[in-house]
Structures are given as structure tokens and as C-alpha cells.
Design a protein around this ligand. Structure first.
Ligand SMILES: CC(C)(COP(=O)([O-])OP(=O)([O-])OC[C@H]1O[C@@H](n2cnc3c(N)ncnc32)[C@H](O)[C@@H]1OP(=O)([O-])[O-])[C@@H](O)C(=O)NCCC(=O)NCCSC(=O)C[C@@](C)(O)CC(=O)[O-]
Length: 302
């Protein structure tokens, strides 16, 4: 088994973690969450979305969040941009990276961004071009790469096809996302190996939701396939409003604990992340979904 010596962890809780919250989360709390994560050492934090507030009301204050955060010089603050309007808002907010998000499933593409896969790529074209002209890093996210809530299993060829199209748009990084967390290690290995035949593995990331408790195994399988960038969310917060029943992303605390045990460098302070997980869970009035976070808190309380 060949594993990387170092991985990049992209913290997505301020965006993916909070976007599905029913009650509006105060802008000040969102800002403090990003600031705490910055202080913990993340080099990339998905901080906001510039999407239609009619579609995702929780993310309506993206401009204020980006204006309020304290930026660590070595950290990239990313935002989601579904169209040129979102990109312009992202540029005004001085986002370091914009994320265009498509899907490997036609049905999910319609539900999430109200257009077909082909239409989404056409819509992303001017965004990609504008990002290149402005010198802003561009990431492409592929939802439902391991299964779709509306269509079932996703053919690997569909994932590879969208990855190629995103590469052609000029994406610097491409996320293979298990939106509903149905993927298992064997399939993850197959999908990652297929994608990395067309995209440099150093530019591919794994974005796993933990709905079926498979995320850590899936991360391990992805690392064996050459992937060294992973997305996670403190306290396991999250879920997509257009993927019913899907739970949060894999918990950052659990990923960091596993990486520590494997001797893989992350550059992130696990204790600071665990404290942040407890803090945000208390504010959202819920229990943390992180096993490692909960165990570390219990040990501290003794
Ligand atoms: C793409 C659209 C806009 C199409 O939505 P639409 O209704 O087809 O488009 P529209 O152009 O008719 O716009 C509808 C309204 O939104 C406005 N609007 C339009 N664009 C913007 C914008 N950028 N910022 C602010 N407002 C905007 C626009 O002006 C209009 O307002 P109205 O005229 O009715 O008053 C919509 O479907 C949308 O915003 N979808 C976002 C869905 C979303 O954010 N989903 C969650 C993120 S993806 C995810 O979680 C998956 C991921 C990335 O984590 C990976 C994984 O796990 O799978």
C-alpha cells in the first residue's frame, strides 16, 4: 500500500457544512467559524457561496462573510459560483478561488442548478474565462460521482466525461464528490483510477459525505489510488439541500486523527479543530457527528 506523506485538507464547513441549516446562522458566527479554522492552520477554506438566495437562503450573506473574515496569508478562501453573476460577486469579495459545480448525473444537475450537464458546462465557460482573466484559481466539483439520489449508480464514464470537460474549461483542481455518501472503497478506487487517467492525480480531490459511514475507508482507497487532497467539515456538519437524506461531510477531526495515526502530514492542529467542532455544535444546538472530536472532548473533561 503506497500512501502520500502529506495531504491537503480543504475545510468546507462554512459552506457545505452550513448551507443546509434550516435556521439562519448569524453572519458573525459564520465569520468566527472561518477565523477559528484559519487559526487552526487550514490552507484552503470553502467560506461562502454566491448562488441564488432563492435556492439556498442560508448562503445569502456570502459578501458579508468574506468582508468580515481575517485572512491568513497562506490560506485560500474559496466560494461557489454557479454563473457569471456569482463570479462577479466573488471577485468583488476578493475570493482566492471560485468553484463551479456540476454533476455526473443529469437528474441531479437539474435539481441542483436547474439545467442539464451540457447546459451547465456552457454556463461555466464564461465563468472559467473570467476567472482566468482575473487570475483567480478555478476548481470544478463533480456531484454524484458515486451515486445519485434520483438516478442510482453513476456510470464511471459519466464522471470521467465531466472531469474532462472541467479540465478543458481550465480547472486547476477537480473534486470527485460522493454527494449522498453511498460510495464504498472498491468503487472509489475504480472511479479515482479512471479519473486520474485523464487528470493529473495532484489536481484531483475526494469530497466524501459520511451518510453510510464509509468516508474514512473511501479516503484510504482514494489515497491508494494516488489522491492527496480531501474535503472535510468540522463536527461532520453539512449536506446538500438538493440531496434528501444525505448527511454531512466526513468530519475533519476524524480525518485528522486518521492521518496522524498514518504518519501523514496535514499541517493542521487537531486540538484546535476539535475545540472548534464542539464550539460550533453548541451554537447550532446539536451533538457533533465526529467520533474523534467527541472522544477527545470526553478525554479532556476527565
Ligand atoms: C444556478 C441557479 C442560479 C439557477 O437558477 P435559475 O432559477 O435557473 O436561474 P435564474 O437565472 O432564473 O435565477 C433565479 C433567481 O436567482 C437570481 N440569481 C441567479 N444567479 C444568482 C447568483 N449567482 N447570485 C444571486 N442571485 C442569483 C436571479 O437574479 C433570479 O432572481 P429573480 O429575478 O427571480 O429575483 C440556481 O439553481 C442556484 O443558485 N443553485 C445553487 C444550488 C446550490 O447552491 N446547491 C448547493 C451547492 S452544490 C453542493 O452542495 C454539492 C457539492 C459542491 O458540495 C459537492 C457534493 O457533495 O456533491
Amino acid at each position: 500500500m503506497s500512501l502520500p506523506s502529506k495531504v491537503k485538507i480543504v475545510e468546507v464547513s462554512p459552506r457545505d457544512g452550513l448551507q443546509n441549516e434550516k435556521e439562519f446562522v448569524d453572519t458573525a458566527l459564520k465569520i468566527e467559524l472561518v477565523n477559528r479554522l484559519s487559526a487552526a492552520g487550514f490552507v484552503n477554506i470553502e467560506s461562502a457561496s454566491f448562488v441564488s438566495p432563492k435556492w439556498v437562503p442560508q448562503m445569502a450573506d456570502g459578501g458579508d462573510v468574506m468582508a468580515g473574515i481575517i485572512r491568513r496569508p497562506d490560506t485560500l478562501y474559496s466560494v461557489l459560483t454557479p454563473n457569471l453573476r456569482g463570479f462577479e460577486a466573488a471577485l468583488a469579495a476578493h475570493a482566492d478561488e471560485v468553484v463551479i459545480f456540476g454533476a455526473a448525473s443529469e437528474a441531479f444537475s437539474q435539481k441542483n442548478i436547474n439545467c442539464s450537464i451540457a447546459e451547465s458546462i456552457a454556463r461555466f465557460e464564461p465563468v472559467a474565462q473570467a476567472a482566468k482573466e482575473a487570475g483567480v484559481r478555478l476548481r470544478g466539483s463533480i456531484s454524484c460521482a458515486l451515486g445519485c439520489p434520483y438516478q442510482g449508480e453513476t456510470p464511471i464514464e459519466s464522471v470521467v466525461d465531466v472531469a474532462q470537460r472541467m479540465l478543458a474549461l481550465g480547472c486547476d483542481e477537480i473534486d470527485v464528490a460522493d454527494t449522498i455518501g453511498t460510495g464504498t472503497a472498491k468503487r472509489v478506487g475504480q472511479v479515482m483510477r479512471a479519473v486520474t487517467e485523464v487528470v493529473d492525480p495532484a489536481r484531483v480531490s475526494g469530497h466524501f459525505h459520511d451518510t453510510y459511514g464509509q468516508s474514512l475507508a473511501n479516503i484510504l482507497a482514494a489515497m491508494e489510488a494516488g489522491i492527496s487532497i480531501f474535503h472535510s467539515s468540522v463536527a461532520g456538519l453539512g449536506g446538500c439541500p438538493y440531496a434528501k437524506g444525505a448527511t454531512g461531510n466526513v468530519a475533519t477531526e476524524d480525518v485528522l486523527y486518521m492521518m496522524q495515526g498514518l504518519g501523514i502530514e496535514t499541517g493542521i492542529d487537531l486540538e484546535a479543530v476539535a475545540d472548534t467542532g464542539l464550539w460550533i455544535s453548541q451554537h447550532l444546538n446539536r451533538k457533533s457527528s465526529s467520533r474523534a472530536g467527541t472522544a477527545l472532548a470526553a478525554r479532556k473533561a476527565v
